[in-house]
Design a protein around this ligand. Structure first.
Ligand SMILES: [Zn+2]
Length: 323
């Protein structure tokens, strides 16, 4: 009899531990996560604390780059996606080259020699302030990635899903916290989750930045941006994407996760902002012309690729991996 009680107690303990382990994560996704494509570049980012939280973006970049030079890495671009109609990155005119001045190199040995583009998602950070679990936001991010994957001009482009991490993904997150949050791992494109750490560090608390994409490039041995495929563009090491958890996020409603993820993934795939913002005098509302996923501001749900988005994507990827 005593033995049965002991067994029952052990079983109860085991079940309790098992359930506790699975509280925050989706076991299926984490079991499938492919770590083989992760690279690491750990740096001492302690001196970034003085640059962050001040809204001094240039100061942050130069301080980060002083620390990154030892890894032949540089932060070359920070692109913000603004909430509608206020603050920074709202009035702009960018009708020229839709591509960034930095691009992935097919088969780049520094990225492991792969011809595909891999992406990873943070499996630990959902939009918790809006009551959305990681599973809720992750499904929207996955849908956005499959939308870009479905653009038919890029038959040669294979986009590989590495899965959702079972640790806090995010290189910039690690930079601005000196490794306390995020991690010094990277792969080609990272959806590094919802938090306030990164957007607050770069733009200050209460900014109008919904999402942000950081582009990192490789340096050559002389410390200059490299262009090993001689296409006139710096060679991308990886891109790191964040969503600002200070906003009220939703699925299929304002502010729609998939809409913002589709935009940020466009940056991940080397597209820049596009379109001009106008304000209608009679009602004060903002609108873009032409309307595109790659407009710099959020103006409503937009989960399909528009003509200019497709043109920009195809100009960049149609020849891949032979460009
Ligand atoms: Zn953007």
């Amino acid at each position: 009899m005593k033995r049965n009680i002991l067994y029952a107690a052990i079983l109860l303990l085991f079940v309790t531990i098992s359930c506790t382990d699975q509280d925050d994560q989706s076991p299926k996704l984490t079991e499938d996560f492919n770590r083989e494509r992760l690279k690491t570049a750990e740096i001492d980012a302690g001196n970034l604390s003085s640059a962050r939280l001040s809204g001094d973006i240039e100061g942050f970049m130069s301080t980060a780059n002083e620390a990154l030079i030892s890894q032949n890495l540089q932060l070359s671009a920070i692109e913000a996606y603004a909430a509608d109609g206020e603050g920074i990155v709202v009035y702009f005119n960018n009708r020229g080259n839709k591509q960034l001045s930095a691009d992935f190199v097919p088969g780049d040995p520094r990225r492991g020699g792969f011809l595909d583009i891999a992406y990873a998602r943070d499996g630990t950070e959902g939009a918790t302030s809006s009551g959305l679990s990681q599973g809720d936001t992750d499904a929207a991010v996955l849908s956005a990635m499959s939308t870009w994957d479905g653009v038919t001009c890029s038959d040669g482009l294979i986009i590989t899903n590495l899965g959702a991490s079972n640790f806090d993904l995010g290189y910039v997150e690690a930079l601005v916290t000196n490794g306390v949050e995020g991690s010094f791992f990277f792969t080609d494109i990272m959806h590094s989750g919802f938090n306030t750490t990164v957007t607050d560090a770069i733009y200050g608390p209460g900014s109008n930045v919904l999402g942000v994409t950081f582009t990192f490039i490789w340096l050559d041995d002389d410390g200059n941006p490299s262009d090993i495929d001689n296409n006139g563009k710096d060679d991308v090491a990886f891109r790191d994407i964040y969503y600002n958890d200070e906003f009220s996020w939703a699925i299929g409603n304002h502010i729609d996760v998939e809409t913002v993820a589709l935009h940020e993934a466009g940056h991940g795939l080397s597209q820049a902002h596009f379109g001009t913002l106008f304000q209608t005098e009679s009602n004060g509302e903002f609108h873009f012309a032409p309307r595109a996923v790659m407009n710099a501001g959020y103006t409503g749900i937009q989960t399909s690729i528009k003509r200019t988005d497709r043109a920009g994507h195809c100009s960049n990827w149609s020849m891949w991996p032979n460009n």
